[in-house]
Design a protein. Structure first.
Length: 143
């Protein structure tokens, strides 16, 4: 397993996930993949299922995936999200990530994207008193 982020960066990303999820029932995960031969979107779709993100109660999981070797990323949401959001919902996050990644500010870009995704999810999936954290907040690593 390759560690892409420093301990401090990883802690900041996990904290961003926790802050975002306090306002929404949505679930956000970050995954770093190394050595994949497929494009980032295909890897994200596979990892989404492997992480059980399609099994949340409201089908409102979001995955931000970095494919390190290919220098690609993908951000995808589950069907519950995609049924209620506008068609261009992910464009702002994609642009934000690209802007920060070009400068090498990977962790900061992900933190900001998580913050914005959480705010958007809150509109459609507000946090309820009986919400439970259905997925881990930690960063997952592949290969």
């Amino acid at each position: 397993m390759v560690k892409f982020f420093s301990q401090e960066e990883e802690a900041a990303i996990v904290q961003a996930i926790r802050r975002a999820e306090r306002a929404t029932s949505g679930e956000i995960r970050v995954h770093v993949e190394v050595g994949a031969e497929a494009p980032a979107l295909a890897v994200a779709q596979r990892v989404f299922l492997q992480l059980g993100m399609n099994k949340t109660k409201d089908r409102n999981g979001v995955l931000i995936l970095l494919e390190v070797d290919r220098r690609e990323f993908a951000i995808i949401g589950d069907e519950g999200i995609n049924q209620v959001v506008p068609e261009d919902f992910w464009d702002t996050e994609r642009d934000l990530l690209q802007q920060h990644f070009r400068r090498g500010a990977f962790a900061r870009g992900i933190e900001l994207a998580i913050e914005q995704v959480g705010a958007k999810l809150k509109q459609f999936f507000p946090h309820a008193a009986d919400d439970v954290n259905e997925l881990p907040d930690t960063i997952s690593y592949g290969k």
